[in-house]
Design a protein. Structure first.
Lengths: 317, 290
C-alpha cells in the first residue's frame, strides 16, 4: 500500500474524528454537555466493535450488552471485593470477555441468521440473570457502587475528565478498527459477509475469522462497559439486559452497518435523542419509536451510507 | 405427584400463551421473512383494550371483540405504513423497524391507557378445580381450550381453503407463488392481520391469570421468539411444541430449582438444543444455493 492510500484510508478519518472530539467542547454551554459527550463516545466504542461483527462479518448479536455487563461489573467487583486497582480490572474484564466470547463463540457462530440472533440473545440474558441474582457479589437488581478510577495517583472524576478519556479511547478504537478492516483479516471478513461459501472456496477459514471478530467485538464492548460503570460510579444489571443489546444493535443499524464512522453517528443519535425528547415527557417513548421507524424506512442503509450515497449522486448531476 | 401435576399445569397454561405468540412470529416469518418484535405488543393491546373497554361500561364479550378488531387494525397498519414502504431493506433493518414499532406502541399505550397493572374477571369463576391433588384455575382450562381451538382453526384454514393454500405457496417460494397468480402482498397483509388477532386473543385469555400492563409485551415477544426458534422457525408445529416446552421448563425450574433462575433455564435449554440441532427441533435444513 502506498503512502497516499495510507493517508486517505487511515490518517484523514482519524484526524477528522479527533478534530470532532477536540472542537466539540468549544460549543458546550455547560458541564452537562460534557456528560452527554462522554456517554456518546463510550457507547460509540462498543458500537464500533459490534459494527465489526455485524457490518463486516455479517453476524448479528442480540446479546452484546452481556459483554458490556462483564466489563462494567469487573471494575465494580474487582476493587470492592478484592481490592484490585480499577485499571487492572478494566484489562482483566476485557480479557475475561474475550475468553467468554471464545468459549461461547465456537459453538454459537455455527448458527445462521435468526438462530444466531436467538442464541446470542439467550447468552446475553443469561449474563443479565446471573448479575441480577448473585446479590452477594453484584448487589442484585439494585446494583452496586463503583469506586472511582485512579491513574498514577490522579483520581479521575467529573464529566470533562471522562469526556477526554472516552474521546481519546474512541479515537484509538476507531483507528484500530479501520486498520483491522484494511488488513487481510478484514478483507476475509468482508468476503464472508458477501458469501460465506465463496469465501470458504477461496480458502478462508470462515469459522476462525468469525470467532476472531466476535472476540474483538466482545473486548470493545467490555472496555466500554468498564468506562460506563466508572463514569457513572454505579452499575445495575440493566446494563447487560435485552434492551441494552437492542440499543447497541439499533446504534449500529441507524449509523450504518459497515460504516465505522456511522458507529459514532448512530451512538450520538440514540444517546442525544432521548435527552432531547424528555421535554415531551409522556410522549417520549412513542416519539423515540416513531423516529427509529422513520429513520429505518427512509434511510434503510443507515444514516452515514445513505447520506454519502446521496452526496455522491448529487455531485454527479 | 400432586406437586408435579400442579407445576405441569401452570407450565402448560403459560406455554400455551407462548405458543400463540410463537405462532404469530411463524405466520409473519413464513409470509415475509420478517421477525416481528412487535408481536408481544399485540398481546398487550388485546388485554389492555379489553380492560379499558370493560371499565368504560361496554359488556365484556363486546369489549373482547373490539379489542381483537383494534389489534388486527394495528397489525395491518404496521404492515402497510412501516413494513411495506421499507420493502427491499436488509433483514436487520426490517427487524429494527418492528422494534421501533414495539417501542412506539408501548409509548402510545402508556398515554392512551395508563402505567398500572390491570386484570379481567375470569370467564368461569375463580374457584380452583381439584384434580389429582392439584388445584387448577378454570381460566387455565379456558387458555388451553382457546389455544387448541386457534391451532385447529388455523390448521383447517391452511389445509382446506384456497387462501390457505396460497399462504403455504407463499411460504414455500415467494417468486413461484407470484408466478402462479398469488397476490403475495395481500398474503403478507393477511398474515400480519391474523398474527395480530391471535396475539390479541392470547392477551385476553391470559389477563385474568397473569395481569397486564403497557409493558408486558417485551418479555412475551422474547419468549415467543425463543419458542419459535426452539421449534424451528417456519414450522407451526414447532412453534406450538416450542411454546409448550418453554412454559413447562420454566414452571418445573421455578418449582423444583429456583424461581429467580426460571428464565435462565429456558434460555440455557435453547442454547443447548440449537448447538445440537442448528435448525431447531422441527426446522427444515436450508441449502444455500451459490
Amino acid at each position: 500500500m502506498n503512502l497516499r492510500a495510507l493517508i486517505e484510508t487511515r490518517l484523514l478519518p482519524a484526524i477528522l474524528v479527533a478534530a470532532i472530539v477536540i472542537i466539540l467542547p468549544m460549543f458546550f454551554p455547560s458541564g452537562y454537555y460534557y456528560r452527554i459527550g462522554a456517554l456518546v463516545f463510550i457507547f460509540a466504542l462498543a458500537v464500533v466493535g459490534l459494527n465489526l461483527l455485524m457490518g463486516f462479518a455479517g453476524q448479528v448479536s442480540l446479546g452484546h450488552a452481556g459483554f458490556l455487563g462483564i466489563g462494567a461489573y469487573s471494575v465494580a467487583i474487582g476493587p470492592t471485593h478484592f481490592g484490585a486497582p480499577s485499571w487492572l480490572c478494566l484489562f482483566a474484564g476485557a480479557i475475561l470477555s474475550g475468553a467468554v466470547a471464545f468459549a461461547v463463540g465456537r459453538p454459537i457462530l455455527k448458527l445462521k441468521g435468526h438462530y444466531l440472533a436467538i442464541a446470542t440473545l439467550g447468552f446475553g440474558l443469561l449474563i443479565a440473570i446471573v448479575l441480577n441474582n448473585e446479590a452477594a457479589w453484584t448487589g442484585g437488581p439494585d446494583g452496586m457502587n463503583v469506586p472511582a478510577l485512579t491513574l498514577f495517583g490522579w483520581r479521575v472524576h467529573g464529566s470533562d475528565a471522562w469526556y477526554w478519556i472516552a474521546g481519546a479511547t474512541f479515537v484509538g478504537g476507531f483507528l484500530l478498527a479501520l486498520n483491522l478492516m484494511e488488513s487481510p483479516t478484514g478483507r476475509a471478513l468482508q468476503a464472508i459477509h458477501d458469501s460465506e461459501i465463496a469465501a470458504r472456496v477461496l480458502g478462508i477459514d470462515v469459522a476462525r475469522k468469525k470467532l476472531t471478530v466476535f472476540i474483538i467485538s466482545a473486548m470493545y464492548a467490555s472496555v466500554a462497559g468498564s468506562f460506563l460503570a466508572l463514569f457513572n460510579g454505579l452499575v445495575t444489571p440493566d446494563v447487560a439486559g435485552f434492551l441494552g443489546s437492542i440499543e447497541l444493535v439499533a446504534m449500529v443499524v441507524l449509523g450504518g452497518m459497515g460504516s465505522i464512522f456511522g458507529s459514532l453517528v448512530g451512538a450520538a443519535v440514540l444517546v442525544v435523542l432521548p435527552q432531547v425528547l424528555t421535554i415531551f415527557q409522556e410522549y417520549e417513548q412513542a416519539l423515540l419509536g416513531l423516529i427509529v421507524m422513520i429513520f429505518m424506512i427512509f434511510l434503510r442503509q443507515g444514516i452515514v451510507p445513505s447520506v454519502t450515497a446521496a452526496l455522491a449522486g448529487w455531485r454527479k448531476c | 405427584m400432586a406437586e408435579l401435576l400442579q407445576f405441569a399445569f401452570s407450565g402448560l397454561t403459560v406455554g400455551a400463551i407462548y405458543a400463540l405468540v410463537a405462532l404469530g412470529f411463524t405466520l409473519i416469518h413464513n409470509a415475509s421473512d420478517i421477525i416481528n418484535f412487535a408481536q408481544g405488543e399485540f398481546v398487550m393491546l388485546g388485554g389492555m383494550t379489553t380492560v379499558f373497554m370493560a371499565t368504560a361500561g361496554i359488556p365484556l364479550p363486546l369489549a373482547m371483540l373490539i379489542a381483537i378488531v383494534v389489534t388486527t387494525g394495528v397489525g395491518l397498519a404496521l404492515h402497510r405504513f412501516a413494513i411495506e414502504p421499507a420493502r427491499g431493506a436488509s433483514p436487520v433493518a426490517l427487524i429494527m423497524i418492528t422494534i421501533g414499532a414495539s417501542v412506539f406502541l408501548r409509548g402510545v399505550a402508556q398515554i392512551v391507557f395508563d402505567k398500572r397493572f390491570h386484570s379481567l374477571p375470569p370467564l368461569f369463576g375463580a374457584d380452583p378445580i381439584q384434580f389429582g391433588g392439584a388445584a387448577i384455575l378454570p381460566q387455565s382450562l379456558v387458555v388451553l381450550a382457546g389455544a387448541a381451538v386457534i391451532v385447529a382453526l388455523l390448521w383447517l384454514f391452511v389445509e382446506r381453503t384456497l387462501l390457505g393454500k396460497a399462504v403455504i405457496a407463499t411460504a414455500a417460494n415467494r417468486l413461484a407463488a407470484r408466478l402462479i397468480g398469488v397476490d403475495t402482498r395481500r398474503i403478507v397483509d393477511f398474515s400480519f392481520a391474523v398474527s395480530a388477532a391471535i396475539g390479541a386473543i392470547a392477551g385476553i385469555l391470559i389477563t385474568p391469570i397473569a395481569l397486564t400492563s403497557y409493558d408486558v409485551g417485551t418479555l412475551l415477544a422474547l419468549k415467543g421468539f425463543a419458542a419459535a426458534m426452539l421449534g424451528g422457525i417456519g414450522s407451526p408445529l414447532g412453534a406450538v411444541v416450542g411454546g409448550l416446552l418453554i412454559g413447562m421448563i420454566e414452571a418445573l425450574c421455578a418449582g423444583y430449582v429456583s424461581s429467580s433462575y426460571k428464565d435462565a433455564a429456558a434460555f440455557l435449554i435453547i442454547l443447548v438444543v440449537l448447538i445440537a440441532m442448528p435448525q431447531g427441533l422441527f426446522g427444515r435444513v436450508k441449502v444455500e444455493r451459490v
